[in-house]
Design a protein around this ligand. Structure first.
Ligand SMILES: N[C@@H](CCC(=O)N[C@@H](CS)C(=O)NCC(=O)O)C(=O)O
Length: 231
């Protein structure tokens, strides 16, 4: 897709959700161990959970589950009994769960200072706007494309409402590449540490310990992932 159109559609997807997942708010207790999320980028239910993670300033290991993906869909079926996404694993409590509304509620109850905000808890309105966001991206980030699995986990600095980060997450998802997602939305307590590591406050920022690459710029990251992992 033409780059300008790609970015415009990704921006419109964020607008459809009125920028939810742009800023941190209502963060509470911090988990000792990193949460894990099985999801795929084009899924509107998964988006709600990713927005909650950004708002609560939480990292998560992302296991992408694109349609026909051979690895992580099977893992979810094994763990929970069915291939339905999102699926959250919290190693701090041993809790594993389906159902986006339950997951959002659980995250705010466990790691927030109050209930989920209106835009995440508005039932059909939340789902319709999250669905519109996915529709605007024409289903990108839902279909698997063959790729080799990295030996060591990649890391992505991102936040849900960034149109540029979404483009990178779609690519990671299609290639079924797992990664540690560092959410650094506006107001994140981790922004200073991020700037110290990367040199400036800009996302997306990809770190690949397999090749010693660390890079900004969504278009370059997408190309890098294609060249390095797609088969
Ligand atoms: N009520 C569930 C609905 C989840 C759902 O329907 N997810 C779809 C993806 S958007 C799914 O898992 N479909 C099965 C598949 O992709 O194979 C929730 O809110 O989490």
């Amino acid at each position: 897709m033409n780059r300008a159109l790609d970015v415009s559609l990704s921006l419109l997807a964020s607008v459809a959700r009125i920028g939810t997942g742009m800023s941190v708010g209502l963060a509470g207790a911090r988990p000792g161990r990193t949460l894990e999320l099985y999801e795929f980028e084009a899924c509107p239910y998964c988006r709600k959970v990713r927005e909650a993670l950004s708002i609560l300033d939480l990292d998560a290991v992302i296991h992408p589950c694109p349609k026909q993906g051979p690895r992580f869909r099977e893992e979810v079926r094994r763990r929970g009994g069915k291939a339905q996404f999102p699926y959250l694993v919290d190693p701090n409590t041993g809790k594993e769960m389906y159902e986006s509304d339950d997951i959002v509620q659980y995250l705010f109850a466990s790691y927030g200072s109050s209930n989920a905000p209106f835009l995440l808890a508005a039932g059909p309105l939340t789902l319709a706007t999250a669905g519109l966001a996915s529709a605007l991206r024409l289903g990108l980030g839902s279909a698997y494309r063959p790729a080799r699995a990295p030996e060591r986990s990649l890391e992505l600095y991102s936040f849900e409402a960034s149109p540029f980060c979404r483009i990178v997450r779609e690519q990671l998802c299609s290639l079924e590449i797992p990664y540690l997602l560092h959410n650094v939305a506006k107001g994140s307590a981790r922004r200073d540490a991020f700037v110290e590591r990367s040199g400036k406050m800009m996302v997306p920022y990809l770190v690949d310990p397999n090749t010693d690459v660390a890079m900004f710029e969504s278009a370059d990251i997408v190309d890098y992932l294609e060249d390095t992992y797609a088969t």
